[in-house]
Each structure stands twice: as structure tokens, then as C-alpha cells.
Design a protein around this ligand. Structure first.
Ligand code: MN
Length: 422
């Protein structure tokens, strides 16, 4: 049992009802303020706890932390310390924030500096991302896409239930929540006409959750399903923006390319795998049986409720999708084991996105492609407008949280606004 996960813990820091960041969460991120260059912090309620200040002033003594470990532009060096040490840091921060602990609580001067109101900080990319992989692990999503573009009777390709399908994505264009995305241009082919060069008319989001690895492995070695979680620090929400018309023309035979690499948006706080322990659930039954290197047993999925909202330029946000991470057919252990079974090495800060997370009902589909069935069934917005895909000026907002025993472990927001093409 991880002590910091105890649902009975209360903090002396006020945590508003419904906050994503109670004392049981303590996600890690990188932030800056008007006065501070980028440093590491932890979210608690409506505040950010400055880890550089805590470390430099002795509040984290005895944990064997290298000097300057939090005074960095990214969390890579911190998470590379390994799960045992980063878990001790989270446990210590939990202690410092508990209502009956007076070390920081009664030190008014230290409190004033260490706790910064969230509305005074700017969140930055939490890690430098050396590699990004996108899986395709939701059976409902793969079935919907297969039905639309191939054959509803054979929607899943023959390999789908034997291996977690994925492709290598582009880390350079992964941006933190709040960064605008410009509508991409590319080759589009309509009907029998030759391809034209134009801005995409089918700009879409993909609702995903990504895990982040915290170790380096050797080229030629592999990670087994039973050890995969030793290599996973935590999770972020992930919007894999997609241009469907560019994708349709370019993706055969090597898969997505310019339809995806113009931008992906992540939420800024890394929710640790440790904080999600209480929310484990069993995944779907897998049939046919998987090959031995993909075998897992027990609760390897996580019950995380997910939501997507569209906020038009001059209107209120409206929810267009509610889904759940527990729907995934392939779990993260299987994804990492499969990724490395050929000897592919992993690196600190790698992001592995789940693939679009669609549930069984139409309101749970994780992309506009599925929600509007490729534009055939437009969504009505409260301002009277319709959406087949995402329009200029729209902001797409993703949210996610796990909840049980009165504890809500949330991710904050993953949002991005679409700007017109040049
Ligand atoms: Mn994707």
C-alpha cells in the first residue's frame, strides 16, 4: 500500500470540492512564473508547490536527491532516478502537506514562497520527448474506422487481436496544453480528380492517454509484461490531432505521416502510475489467446473517465464525447512488451499514446470521424452551428479523472485552439 494514496488523508492546503488535485494525487510538472525560470512543481488544489524551494531549504533532506534535480527545464533527470526514489519523493511531499504536519504549515515565510497560486504560473512541457509511439488499442475505434473505410463485416484486420498495432510518431511537434495549432495544409484527393494542395477540411482530434517511460534500456534487450510497470512513471492526456483527408490519401502503405505530425497536445501534469493504483480494473477478455510474450493477468487497465469538449470562438464549451480508458483492449504492459520484443530500446521521457479511446456507444466515440461518421451525421452545437469536423477558432478541451472512495485523481486540461491556415 502506498501511504500517499490513503483516501483518508487531508491537507492543510485548501482543496476545492471537485478539484483534480487532492493530496492523494500529487502530479509532477514543469512551470514558470513572472519571477521564476522553469522549475519542477507538484499540483495541490489550486496551487503549485515549488520543488526547487523545498529541496534547497531542507524539506526533502534524506532522500538522496542530486543537487539541482528540480531546477531544470524538464523532468527527465528526476524521473530517471527510478520508481523507488520518485515514489519516496511523492510520499515525502504527501507528509509535508498533511493537515497534522507542521513543518511547512507553521512556517509562514516558507509557505508563502513555496505555494504559488495556479493562476500565476505558466505550465510547460513536462518532459523532453525523445521518442513518440502511437498505438491503436481500442477495439471499438479500430472497428469503427475499419467499418467506415473498408468492410463492416471484416472491420478488424487479421493482425489486430494478435498484436497491439502501432506506428512511430513525431516527438518534435508535441506541445503542452494551451499551445495553438495552425490548420495544416497538404495533398488532398477528392473523387477521380488529381490531388490538390489545400488546407485540411477534415481536421479532427483523437482522445488518447499516453504513458511516459522513466528508464533507458539497452538496444537488443526487451521489457517483459511483468516488468513493464517498473519503466512507466505516469500518464498524461493526449490529443493526437489528425487531418482525415490528408490521411486518406497518404496512409497506404506505410501509415500516418503528415496527417498527424503537425501537432499533438498533452496535458501538463504527469499523474503517476502510483497515484492510479487504486483505480485498477480488469481489461476486456482477450480472444484468441495472445502469444506468451503478451500474456498478462490481473488488473492491468485503469478506470479513468474521459471527456472531450468543443468551445467555439464565441460560445460556451459543449461536451461531445464521454469515454473511459478502461475500454482499451491492449493494456500498457502489453504495449511496452510488444514494442521492445524485437530488441528496440526505450528512453527516458518517451511517450506511448494509447490510440483513440472509443467506448461502445456513439456518445463515447473519441474522434469527430466516428462521432459524425465521417461527416454524415453532424453534431449540433448550442450556438446553433453544426460540426462535421473541427473549425477555425474552435478550442478542443480534453479532461480526465479517476474517482473512488471520495477521492478524485484528475489530469487537469489538455486543450488547444485551431488557428486558420496561412
Ligand atoms: Mn492516434
Amino acid at each position: 500500500m502506498i501511504k500517499a494514496n490513503n483516501p483518508n488523508l487531508k491537507s492543510w492546503v485548501e482543496v476545492p470540492h471537485g478539484s483534480d488535485f487532492p493530496i492523494q494525487n500529487l502530479p509532477f510538472g514543469i512551470f514558470k512564473t513572472k519571477y521564476l525560470s522553469p522549475v519542477a512543481g507538484v499540483a495541490i488544489g489550486d496551487h503549485v508547490l515549488d520543488l526547487v524551494y523545498l529541496h534547497e531549504n531542507g524539506f526533502l533532506d534524506g532522500l538522496g536527491l542530486p543537487s539541482g534535480i528540480f531546477n531544470q527545464r524538464f523532468l527527465n533527470d528526476f524521473i530517471a532516478l527510478g520508481k523507488k526514489q520518485t515514489r519516496e519523493v511523492r510520499e515525502r511531499i504527501s507528509e509535508l502537506l498533511q493537515h497534522d504536519n507542521t513543518e511547512l504549515k507553521n512556517n509562514v515565510a516558507a509557505r508563502e514562497i513555496a505555494l504559488i497560486p495556479m493562476n500565476e504560473v505558466q505550465m510547460l512541457m513536462p518532459v523532453r520527448v525523445p521518442n513518440y509511439t502511437d498505438f491503436y488499442s481500442s477495439e471499438e475505434h479500430a472497428t469503427n474506422v475499419g467499418s467506415m473505410f473498408r468492410d463492416p463485416k471484416n472491420a478488424l484486420l487479421p493482425n489486430w487481436k494478435h498484436l497491439p498495432v502501432g506506428y512511430h510518431g513525431r516527438p518534435s511537434s508535441i506541445v503542452v496544453s494551451g499551445t495553438p495549432i495552425k490548420r495544416p495544409k497538404g495533398q488532398i484527393k477528392l473523387g477521380d480528380d488529381p490531388p490538390s494542395f489545400a488546407s485540411t477540411r477534415k481536421l479532427d482530434f483523437e482522445l488518447e492517454v499516453a504513458f511516459i517511460t522513466c528508464s533507458e534500456t539497452k538496444l537488443g534487450s526487451h521489457v517483459t509484461t511483468s516488468h513493464a510497470e517498473d519503466h512507466i512513471f505516469g500518464f498524461v492526456l493526449f490529443n493526437d490531432w489528425s487531418a482525415r483527408d490528408i490521411q486518406t490519401w497518404e496512409y497506404v502503405p506505410l501509415g500516418p505521416f503528415l496527417a498527424k505530425n503537425f501537432g499533438s497536445t498533452v496535458s501538463p501534469w504527469i499523474v503517476t502510475l502510483d497515484a492510479l493504483e487504486p483505480f485498477r480494473v480488469k481489461g476486456p477478455d482477450q480472444f484468441p489467446n495472445v502469444l506468451p510474450y503478451l500474456f498478462t493477468e490481473g488488473e492491468k487497465n485503469f478506470d479513468i473517465r474521459l471527456e472531450v469538449l468543443i468551445e467555439p470562438e464565441r460560445s460556451q464549451p459543449t461536451t461531445v464525447c464521454r469515454s473511459n480508458f478502461k475500454c482499451m483492449y491492449w493494456n500498457v504492459n502489453q504495449q511496452l512488451a510488444h514494442h521492445t520484443v524485437n530488441g528496440c530500446n526505450i528512453q527516458v521521457g518517451d511517450m506511448y499514446a494509447s490510440g483513440t479511446i472509443s467506448g461502445p456507444s456513439p456518445g463515447s466515440y473519441g474522434s469527430m470521424l466516428e462521432l459524425t461518421w465521417n461527416g454524415q451525421k453532424p453534431l449540433s452545437m448550442p450556438d446553433g452551428s453544426e460540426r462535421k469536423f473541427i473549425e477555425d477558432g474552435d478550442t478542443v478541451i480534453m479532461k480526465g479523472y479517476a474517482e473512488k472512495d471520495g477521492v478524485r485523481i484528475g489530469f487537469g486540461e489538455c486543450k488547444g485552439k485551431i488557428l486558420p491556415a496561412d
